[in-house]
Ligand binder design. Structure first.
Ligand code: G6P
Ligand code: MG
Length: 219
């Protein structure tokens, strides 16, 4: 039996939150209001549409459907200008070490992301080959904290949900993993991610003994 390993993308594999922030801030400024780094925290793991709803709420703006759609496109076009410049140097510490260790043990690996830009980002940083399955914002109808994205990933990996492990940096993602009855592992702040089964500041803090435990625990 095998353990399925599901990775979130933004904030776990790469730090794209800073680019999302710059693009949302640009839009907010164009619309005449400020958008802070602290407010950007609310956007982690949250779909593009939901982010724009929150942003407009912050600015006290009511949009027509046309405006809403145009601003979604504008934000994404700006975000893509940052993505285009990404390379291997933007992979978060020890992510490739963990991926290659799990690969060497023959473990199935999936990406489970809310982003519609997941595939181009994986390509840019050169990690595509590690993933047996990619489930992203183009495949789901219900955003995290709904477990849909992880349930689809488990199904595509052919691994029972209770034998899957999820690495997540967002509260919504940890909730989704817990709802899917998977082992949730928070990557980030222990206080923020207290609902996770285990929390690590980053992958540098995670040793192979812990990964072996995850491989063994569900088998
Ligand atoms: C991830 C990020 C969110 C982002 C979402 C959609 O979950 O953490 O901040 O809003 O993906 O990303 P997209 O690339 O489709 O706009
Ligand atoms: Mg994330």
């Amino acid at each position: 039996k095998k353990t399925g390993f599901i990775f979130d993308l933004d904030g776990v594999i790469v730090d794209t939150a800073k680019y999302h922030y710059l693009a949302w801030r640009k839009l907010a400024n164009e619309l005449g209001f400020e958008f802070t780094v602290a407010q950007n925290e609310m956007f982690k793991g949250v779909s593009r549409k939901k982010c724009l709803e929150i942003l407009l709420n912050i600015g006290g703006i009511t949009a027509t459907t046309e405006q809403f759609d145009r601003w979604m496109i504008e934000k994404n076009e700006d975000y893509l200008t940052y993505i285009e410049k990404m390379d291997r140097s933007e992979i978060l510490p020890d992510v490739d070490k963990v991926l290659s260790y799990l690969k060497s043990k023959g473990m199935p690996i999936a990406l489970g992301s809310a982003s519609k830009n997941a595939i181009p980002i994986l390509e840019k940083v050169g990690l595509t080959d590690y993933f047996d399955v990619v489930v992203d914002g183009n495949h789901v109808t219900k955003a995290k904290p709904d477990p849909e994205v992880f349930l689809i990933a488990a199904k595509k990996l052919g691994v029972p949900t209770q034998n899957c492990v999820v690495f997540e940096d967002a509260i919504a993602g940890i909730e989704a993993a817990n709802k899917a009855h998977m082992v949730s592992i928070g990557i980030g702040d222990a206080k923020t991610l207290s609902s996770a089964k285990h929390v690590f500041g980053n992958f540098e803090e995670m040793d192979t003994a812990f990964l072996d435990m995850l491989i063994g625990a569900v088998n």
